[in-house]
Design a protein around this ligand. Structure first.
Ligand code: SF4
Ligand code: SF4
Length: 262
């Protein structure tokens, strides 16, 4: 399990569907794609045709950003769980995502900011376990030791990841909108000890929940956010609040400052 596929929820933001401005809703598009894809019976000879036909059909739907691609291979991999219909775990072929516009190497290796950070924490946890095993062998620790120590300090202990767990537990219906929000994540990372210091603290996690609900009310958080970056310095809380929370700037700023000082 990683930030993309959790036990009870999944994220699919970077596959593009959030770029569609549709009244029909995401689930009806995913359902339609899934049914059409199932009719191919996993015949790879038909994958390209499916893609072209779906791209054509969906080209009429307005997009938040015309530059960002919407991949029609995102569907339901099980009831209620969106995911990649041509993922190697389903096809048994390492390169099956080459039928997509991005290609397998991008599909398999892209990490949004939160996922990347959680994988560092995972590596730190593994490094921590290994360091005990390897303590009698100088030089056997991984070379990026400093980065791992830094990540481990943020995790408080080896039970990473924490932010995706927190979102899964507290805001499951909005998981896909929050985990991928890279600009928001950059701001959260300026809170000392984030994510463990916040997600595992009753008072701070309540403040975080409030901050996240403010972000969800912003129209900008409805479109694809995994590719977006803060256009101001993340440590400048006032400027970051203006950018991320234009309709509730003062309240959001107060929550951020409290989270930083508690
Ligand atoms: S935005 Fe991040 S968590 Fe979501 S599917 Fe992409 S890599 Fe995974
Ligand atoms: S092929 Fe790539 S972009 Fe398309 S749904 Fe799968 S992982 Fe996402």
């Amino acid at each position: 399990m990683n930030a993309c596929q959790k036990s009870t929820v999944s994220c699919f933001a970077c596959c593009g569907i959030a770029n569609l401005q549709t009244d029909a809703g995401m689930s009806s598009i995913l359902q339609e794609r899934t049914q059409e894809f199932h009719a191919l019976h996993m015949d790879e000879n038909l994958f390209r045709g499916y893609r072209l036909q779906r791209e054509e059909k969906e080209s009429k739907i307005p997009r938040h950003n015309p530059e960002i691609y919407v991949c029609p291979f995102l569907g339901y991999i099980e009831p209620g769980r969106p995911g990649c219909l041509i993922h190697p775990a389903r096809t048994g072929k390492a390169d099956s995502q080459n039928y997509s516009f991005y290609g397998a190497s991008i599909c398999l290796n892209y990490d949004c900011r939160a996922k990347e950070a959680e994988e560092s924490l995972d590596a730190a946890s593994e490094g921590s376990a290994q360091s005990q095993t390897y303590s009698a062998e100088p030089g056997s620790m991984p070379s990026n030791n400093a980065a791992m120590k830094h990540a481990r300090a943020g995790s408080n202990d080896a039970r990473a990841p924490v932010y995706s767990d927190f979102l899964e537990a507290t805001l499951p219906d909005q998981y896909h909108r929050l985990i991928c929000d890279s600009a928001l994540y950059s701001l959260l990372e300026t809170i000392p000890g984030f994510p463990a210091s916040v997600c595992r603290d009753a008072q701070k996690s309540k403040l975080l929940g409030r901050l996240l609900s403010l972000r969800l009310k912003e129209r900008a958080s409805r479109r694809i956010t995994s590719f977006e970056r803060l256009m101001v310095r993340a440590y400048d809380a006032a400027a970051a609040a203006s950018e991320l929370f234009p309709s509730s700037r003062e309240e959001a700023l107060q929550q951020i400052l409290e989270l930083k000082t508690l």
